[in-house]
Design a protein around this ligand. Sequence first.
Ligand code: GLY
Length: 370
Amino acid sequence: MTEIVHVPLGDRAYEVRVGPGLIGRASAEIAPLLARPRVAILTDANVAPLHLAPFQAALERGDIASSALTLPAGEATKGWAEFSRAVEWLLAEKIERRDVVVALGGGVIGDLGGFAAAVLRRGVRFVQVPTTLLAQVDSSVGGKTGINAPQGKNLIGAFHQPSLVLADTAALDTLPPRDLLAGYGEVVKYGLLGDAAFFGWLEKNGPALATGDPQARLHAVRRSVEMKAEIVARDETETGDRALLNLGHTFCHALEAATGYSARLLHGEGVAIGCALAFELSARLGLCSQEEPSRVRAHLKAMGMKCDLADIPGDLPGAEALLGLMAQDKKVVDGRLRFVLARGIGAAFVTDQVPPEAVRTLLSDALAAA
Ligand code: GLY
């Protein structure tokens, strides 16, 4: 039941394998990449108790030796301190240029592990084994690696493509429901940005996916990865179309900053609210009918997801302050904010022609309703 998505990037091309049970088959999957039968694994304290022993046992069955470093779980790990710890551990483990580093975990471990691999001995190969829905459909694919700076998220990093991604959809069974739904925010994003039929499929099958239907999970991860692979192949380093993947993210980043990157708002929850706001803005700018944002919100609500500013616990700053936070976004070019807007579900585009006044009014109205 493994499905394979190719990421066609010339000499950096790789496969994303999606399906249940891949962790248990790790040795057969990874062995062809290895110059010698050993790997170093980076993971975190949430993932290790669930998946590290089965992963290492699977490697051992194929006579692949492994050692593992378990970092603390959480976004705070994605900084210089744990990053240098990881790199120095890899050096202490005598990981050589031809060796392979494995990132076993969610987005934090994937981003940090990928960046460690990018700089270790000027670059070693790495395998992503994403264990969260968010990491399976987004962060493990496409080669964005890095850590956070005091000045903002993901400001230090490198493009470094993995050599292989193993998305074991059975690992999603161990995810807390809130994390699963947050990751689903990124899945919905793919339908909204470029595949109306997929969004329709999600409207029908999203509830089954949330409650654990393995076929629905497999299909949603595979289709999301396929869309991401296609966009990354067109624009690996985000000079153009890759920015489509940031649908909802300009709003999301401001909301994450306003809530202190805390448990008040998970990234995927911010993406879902951001997508709803981006569609609302598109309708107000006359790009699509009001029915489109209504349909987006209806689906998020039906899934029990956050979709309004009112769904974020605690106080938010005013519209002006949120606009100020948006101006810190990496996507600002020459002081102009770049938004991903839509002419309808499945028809997103990137623009820097958004009047700040329209965003201010949208945010004021959304805050007033909160
Ligand atoms: N997560 C957005 C990207 O990979 O470009």
